[in-house]
Every structure is written in C-alpha cells, then in structure tokens.
Design a protein around this ligand. Structure first.
Ligand SMILES: [Zn+2]
Ligand SMILES: [Zn+2]
Length: 424
C-alpha cells in the first residue's frame, strides 16, 4: 500500500482531524506538526486522485475534537501554574483508554508502523504552547513541575518537585527527638494528653528546622533525613550531624541558603542550630542514610564505688582498638531483632572527673552501642567498662560531638548496612 492508499483506508473509518490523520504517519517525516502533515496528505491525495481538495470537517472520529482544544488546555495549564515558581516543566497526559483505542484499532487493522500515540502528541503540543506563553522550558529529566492533564475529567494537576537542602545540625537541648513521634495515647489522632496535637513531644529537630523553611518556600511540608540519629536524651554538639531536608511541594524554588539558615537559627532560639551548606539532589539521601560514619561521643559515667584514675585508665585502654561483641541492647530489644554485632572502639579517652562522674570520650565505629559499652548490659555486651573495673557503671549523660560527613567519605562499595538509627 502506498501512503495515499493508507490515507484512503484511514478515512474510510470516518473523517478525522488533520492532527489525527498526520499522527498515523508521525514517525515518517520530521519538521512538520501532525496537523501540517495531515493537511498535506489531504492535499497530495486530492492532486493524485484529480479530486477537489476537501478540508477536514469538525467532527473527528479519533480524538473527538481534543486536538481542536489545545489552546484551551494550554490556558488551563498556565492558569494552574500561576503563583508557582518554576524554570522547567513537563506535561503528562492521561488519555481515556476508549479514546486511545480508536487509533490503536486502526494501527493494527492496517499494520501501520510509523504512527505516534495520541498521548505523546498531546504532551508535546501543550508543552510547546505553554513554553511560548511563559518562556519556561520543557525538561524531561528533572522538571521543577510536572503538569498532568486528565482528559476524561477535564482537570489539570500540578506536581511541584521537592527541593533538597544539605546541612548539619547541632542539638543543644536534651529531650528533643530527631523526628516527630506520634502521641502514645492517641497514636497521632489528638487527645487531651497531647493537647490535641497528636504529638508525644511538642518539637523535634525536624520540625524546628522545617517550620521556617516550609514557610519561606510556601511548601506542603518537609522531611528530615539524618545521617543516623542520637537518642532523645543525647545532645548533638561539635560540628553537628549531617542531614538532608526534603521540602515537599515548594511554591518558591529560589534558595537563599543564608537567609533560610538565619530563619531556622533565629526561630529555634538556641535549642538547635543549623549550618545549611548547599542544595542537594534526591540520590544523595540514600547515600546519607546508608552511610557508616564513625561517631565521637562525650559521656558522663557514674560508677558504684570508688575508683582511682589509674583503674579508669587501665579499663579504658583495655577497650581501645578492641572489637566489642554486642547483643541487641535490652532497652531496644522489644523493637529490634535480637542479633549479635561486632563493632570496634576506635579510640576511648579519659577526660577527667566531673562531680562524682567520670568524663570519657569515645570514637566508635558506626553502630557501636555506647551505653552498653559502659554498662555491659547484663553481659550482653562484652568486653565492657563495667566488666573491666569489676563495678557497676552507667552512662548518665551523652553528647555526640562528631559525625563524619558521609558525602565526603569514599564509598568502598562494601556492606551498605542501614545506619537508620545510631546505636548509642
Ligand atoms: Zn482528531
Ligand atoms: Zn494524644
């Protein structure tokens, strides 16, 4: 069959618009829109057959008039994007299956192999029109916004892509969880106990960081991805803990990192502090969360009994560089699998006395449980400080002073153990 024979056969199904006719041959020639291609085919057919030229009529048996309404759809997209800051966009279209079947039936009946699907023409044509009106460009890989046209329902949905910000936080006050916890009584529904907030604690590091940023970027919310986490009763000091804040659905995308950092630090009023470092990208979140950074802790240890400095030094040096066998601590055994892990004490030092306590600094491999390293956890952790001195000992205060930056670490590709929660 020649192309014109195919045109005859297509039009035998009923009249269609130039865009739909041209689309059957969409992959045969470039540099034309389907509408131009369809009209040209009608002209060529009239000349070849010595017939008068008949333009397409109003009714299209393929798209039902969809391609006559491109400008209207483009208007709707432009309206839907008002008030949203974006430099790049992408259009996606949900074509009702019954509509798509109209052309798919003809493709298979006539074995047409150069046709373009309705959906891709729609995406491209709307993209061109929106681009012409707004000056923004289509980006197939990382668009700032995705606009979804639902043809059946006549609706336009805008999905604003999240933004990612890399930074480090210090938690200067104890008793603040890293992320928000649902109220234990009502499980987040809101009750008298939680003052109808649904929260166990009024604030979290996540909320203290997110609140001013969500407000500044007019976003739907934000999630904190930390490189591990400290216990609620531990401070995070020193250079801070690396994190990536994922900001959902921002209507503003210009990141003034310094201004955001100031806003967070002012509103947190010394409870936490952040250094916002730079914009980040989604793939970095996984790297950050699966990192195996070493951590340094400063702890205050209470010992039941009198102990000389020499006894402390000798018990600590017996742990230095040693691999510790730790069974899942009894304090978390109810929510974690019971396993035995080997983790190394990279360094451990005696800093002196503080009141009745002993001040110690520990540099541990990721996943080392610090409280149990001291107490021995009833023999579940061995060796331990308590075992070394032959007296009961426990951590009464714990601060994280250093979390290595996972994005600056070399990834050796070995075990990608999840460091979702620091051991501590
Ligand atoms: Zn049509
Ligand atoms: Zn509650």
């Amino acid at each position: 069959m020649t192309v014109l024979d195919e045109v005859d056969a297509i039009l035998a199904y009923g009249d269609c618009c130039d865009a739909c006719l041209g689309r059957f041959f969409g992959k045969r020639s470039h540099g034309l829109s389907n509408e131009e291609r369809g009209r040209s085919l009608r002209i060529a057919r009239a000349i070849e057959r010595h017939e008068p030229f008949v333009p397409a009529k109003g009714d299209c048996c393929i798209c039902g008039g969809l391609f006559a309404s491109l400008d209207g759809w483009a208007d709707r997209v432009v309206t839907a994007l008002e008030g949203v800051e974006y430099a790049t966009f992408l259009v996606g279209t949900r074509i009702p299956p019954l509509l798509a079947e109209n052309e798919e039936m003809i493709w298979s009946d006539l074995s047409l192999s150069h046709a373009e699907p309705m959906k891709s023409e729609m995406n491209r044509e709307i993209g061109k029109r929106v681009s012409a009106r707004t000056g923004r460009v289509v980006d197939f890989r990382h668009p700032d916004v995705v606009v979804l046209l639902d043809i059946a329902h006549g609706t336009v949905e805008v999905q604003r892509s999240p933004l990612f910000i890399y930074g480090r936080y210090r938690k200067l006050e104890r008793g603040i969880p890293q992320t928000h916890w649902d109220c234990r009584t009502c499980r987040g529904a809101g009750c008298e106990r939680c003052g109808f907030t649904g929260k166990q604690y009024p604030d979290s590091v996540e909320e203290l960081i997110a609140r001013p940023i969500v407000a500044a970027l007019v976003a739907d919310g934000a999630v904190l991805h930390g490189s591990g986490r400290e216990d609620i009763d531990a401070r995070m000091i020193g250079t801070g803990r690396p994190f990536i804040l994922e900001v959902a659905g921002p209507r503003r995308r210009t990141l003034d990192i310094r201004a955001l950092e100031r806003a967070v630090n002012e509103s947190a009023a010394g409870r936490i502090e952040v250094d916002l470092v730079r914009p980040a990208a989604r793939p970095e979140v996984e790297t950050l969360k699966s990192s195996r950074s070493h951590k340094k802790y400063r702890i205050l240890v209470e010992v039941d009994g009198a102990l000389s400095d020499e006894a402390i030094e000798s018990a600590l040096s017996a742990l230095r560089g040693v691999t510790i066998r730790q069974r899942t601590p009894s304090r978390v055994a109810h929510r974690r699998a019971d396993k035995v892990r080997d983790r190394t004490v990279l360094d451990i030092r005696y800093l002196g006395r503080e009141g009745a306590g002993v001040l110690v600094e520990v540099l541990g491999e990721a996943g080392l449980y610090i409280k149990e390293l001291i107490s021995g956890d009833g023999g579940r952790t061995r060796p331990s400080f308590a075992e070394g001195i032959g007296l009961p000992a426990r951590v009464t205060r714990l601060d994280v002073v250093l979390v290595e930056d996972p994005t600056e670490e070399e990834n050796d590709g070995t075990s990608q153990r999840s460091a979702k929660e620091d051991a501590v």
